[in-house]
Each structure stands twice: as C-alpha cells, then as structure tokens.
Design a protein around this ligand. Structure first.
Ligand SMILES: Nc1nc2c(ncn2[C@@H]2O[C@H](COP(=O)(O)OP(=O)(O)OP(=O)(O)O)[C@@H](O)[C@H]2O)c(=O)[nH]1
Ligand SMILES: [Mg+2]
Length: 398
C-alpha cells in the first residue's frame, strides 16, 4: 500500500493531484484543516491536509506502455517543477544545490532514454526516488523557504525596529520552523520582558533622567491629567535650578493650571516645600536633567530625592535614545533607586525596539509613554500588549 500526504488549498486540488499521482483507485483516508506554520499562518486561510492511499501501488508499474507515458509525463512535470523552484528568488542554497543534483540525474535519465537502453526497471526506481526527493524537497523547500524566511524576516523586522541582537536571539531561541504558535510565543515572551504598570499616582512623585528627554513637559502633562481630569489636588516642585529658564517653564504651567508651585534650591527647602504641600493628593517633583556619566551630579540629585523621602521615582528616557546609550543611562541613574520608567517621544521615531531594550536592561515597569509635545494630551499608560504590537510594527503612534 502506498500512502501519501497532500497539503492543498481545497479538495478539488487534492482530488486532481491524487488522481494524477496515485490513480483513480486511490482512496482518501483522512483529511483535516491545518494552518501554515509561522506567524503568517495566523493571517492566512486554512489549508487542508489530505492523506490518500492506494492498495496496489505496483499495479501501474506492470503496465509498460502506460508506465512509459507516465514516465514521460513525470519527467516533464518534474522538469517544470524544478524550473519553477529554481526560478524562485528566495530559494535557499541547500534546496538550490539539491535541485542542481536533480537536474543532473534528469539529464542522465534523458541520455539513457535517448539511447533507448533497456533500463526500464532502474529508470523506474530512479524516477520514483527522484519523485520522492523532489516531493520532499518541494515540500521542505516551500516550508523551508517560508519558515526560514519567516524566522529571518522576523529577525530582520526586530533588527529594523532596533531591538538589540541579544534580545532578538532570546526571542527566537524557542521558535521552531514548523511552529504554528511562533507569533503568539514571541508576543508572550516579549510580554515577560516588558512590564507596564497602571498606577494611581499619589504622594510624592519624582521624575529623573538625562537632559532634554521631556521631564518637565511630562510633569506638566501629569499635572494636567491629575488636576484637570481626575480633579486631584496637585502641587509642583522643581529642583531644576541649573538651566536658565527651567524654573519659568514649570512655573508657567503651574500658573495656567492654578497649582501651588515651589522652587527648591537647598536640601532644607525640599523638606519645607513637601511639608507645605502635605495637603496635596499628589506632589510632582521635577529635577534637573543630568548626564548619567556625571556621578557627582547624580549624587547631588540623590540627596534631594532622599529629602523628598519617596519611593515613587520614575526614570524618564526617550524612545529615540541610541541603543548604546541606553545602558549607561539605566545604570548611571540606578543609584537614585527609580522604580518605574517613563518613555518619551514615541512620536519622534517609527521604530520602537528601544523600548524593549530599555525595559530589559532596567527590569522596571513602564508607567507612561509620551507621544508628543501637547500638554496634557500626549501621555498614555500603555498596556504590555500595545507596546509589543508597536515593537512588532502591528501598531503605530498616529
Ligand atoms: N516630540 C516630542 N517632544 C517632546 C515630548 N516630550 C517632551 N518633548 C519636547 O522635548 C523638549 C524638551 O522637553 P523638556 O520637558 O524641557 O525636557 P526636560 O527633560 O525637562 O529637559 P531638561 O530639564 O533640560 O533636562 C521640549 O521641546 C518638549 O516639548 C514628546 O513626547 N514628544
Ligand atoms: Mg526640565
């Protein structure tokens, strides 16, 4: 008995192929719906896997004239198949070599055919082997191309999205080529690497981070949301006395929103300011942008944060930060004991792998992301799912 498995788009296709290859006596022994392997499978129509069998597979071989015809048509169809395969742009080198060898075999067969050598049996055997090989090759190469291309394309996609190589390999390590769950597995793994936190801000909240990442703007956005939308009592403090105009920036927002505002220059003033605002539901504390390389400045900042006496510290970092700059920032600011991340300027980039790199290195949850300069609108508490979709290019920031 000869049993063969076909993966087809519909039953018509299956019947045609089965009749052609196994003859009219073949019977279908099973059929089931399957998906294409890989992430593409999720978005493609289902395929049908049909298994057919023929009771006496050698019957046809006992009919020489018919077999000769079959042989000729097989050679033709194999040649066509091979031409088609070879012309495929994305064919992998292993498949290409195998097909080249097949071509050689075909040539030999053709020569012996031309010489009319009495090698029918050998020829038939060789043909059968070759057909099987081609079948496997075609099957394997289609899947191979698709799957390795799928894995390759996923790797490239993550690379293009600036995900660090080390995390790409981590994401792909458990993914098999024929893994129909690949897409969801990658997403789930990403969700273990990126955590978000949807918190109800209260008490003293400090924002720290490198210069120009959007700390002050983010404080203004948060103040707007908390005071104007959530109707909370909000106080603003800035220890930003370093940059000319920095105080004015937050002061302006405080005035527009009619919020209490204090400038803190000394450690003592920090204590005083926070106790004067003790009736506020939330006190948002803005800090001077610092270079993570300047440990003196960071230590100075640490002293202010200690005085503020809070554990609610957010590291603000831009999504546009170059990969190699992320680590020094994450590590440089770690002495401040930040426990959340705010990732800014998502609107300034079209690739979001940096978010994964930041989250992986910091091992802290993302509390907010900011998506533009508008106060108070351009701030969001994204879910893990939304961030993963951004990184995979399934969602964009409009
Ligand atoms: N495109 C875009 N720009 C932003 C975003 N957040 C802040 N900005 C802009 O970034 C610039 C710097 O913002 P600031 O809030 O002053 O940054 P900072 O971190 O307080 O800067 P320093 O106090 O100097 O360290 C301003 O022009 C902001 O409007 C954002 O989410 N997207
Ligand atoms: Mg500032």
């Amino acid at each position: 008995m000869l049993i063969k498995r076909y993966v087809v788009n519909n039953m018509n296709e299956a019947m045609t192929r089965i009749r052609y290859e196994l003859g009219k006596d073949a019977v279908i022994i099973s059929q089931r719906k399957i998906r294409k392997p890989g992430i593409k499978g999720f978005f493609s129509p289902k395929l049908i896997e049909v298994t057919a069998a023929i009771e006496n597979a050698s019957k046809k071989a006992k009919e020489p004239a018919r077999e000769q015809n079959n042989l000729e048509s097989s050679i033709e169809s194999i040649k066509k198949l091979m031409e088609k395969e070879i012309s495929k742009e994305a064919i992998n080198p292993i498949a290409k070599n195998a097909l080249k060898n097949q071509n050689e075999i075909l040539k030999e067969i053709k020569i012996s055919e031309d010489k009319n050598e009495p090698q029918q049996d050998n020829l038939l055997k060789e043909m059968k082997e070759m057909k099987n090989m081609i079948n496997n090759l075609t099957k394997g190469s289609v899947n191979g191309i698709e799957e390795s291309d799928f894995k390759k394309s996923l790797r490239n996609k993550l690379k293009d999205n600036d995900v660090d190589t080390i995390y790409i390999e981590e994401l792909l390590e458990d993914i098999n080529d024929d893994d129909i769950e690949a897409g969801s597995k990658i997403k789930e793994k990403m969700k273990t690497q990126i955590k978000t936190i949807n918190q109800d801000l209260k008490g003293k909240v400090v924002l720290v981070g490198p210069t120009g990442v959007g700390k002050t703007t983010t404080i203004a956005k948060l103040a707007g949301r908390l005071a104007l939308i959530e109707k909370k009592k909000v106080g603003l403090i800035t220890v930003d006395t370093y940059r000319i105009g920095a105080v004015e920036q937050l002061k302006t927002y405080a005035e527009i929103m009619n919020l209490p505002f204090k400038v803190v220059i000394t450690l003592k003033e920090m204590e005083e300011a926070t106790s004067q605002m003790s009736d506020c539901d939330v006190i948002l504390i803005d800090t001077t942008g610092r270079s993570s390389k300047n440990s003196m400045q960071i230590s100075e900042l640490r002293a202010f944060i200690q005085k503020a006496n809070t554990k609610n510290i957010h590291l603000v970092i831009s999504a546009t930060t170059k990969n190699k700059d992320i680590k020094p920032i994450i590590e440089g600011f770690s002495v401040l004991g930040y426990n959340n991340l705010i990732i800014t300027k998502l609107d300034e980039t079209s690739v979001y792998g940096s978010i994964l790199n930041i989250a992986e290195l910091a091992k802290k949850p993302i509390s907010y992301v900011t998506t533009g300069q508008n106060v108070p609108d351009d701030i969001k508490a994204f879910s893990e799912d939304q961030i993963v979709k951004l990184i995979l290019g399934e969602e964009t920031i409009c």
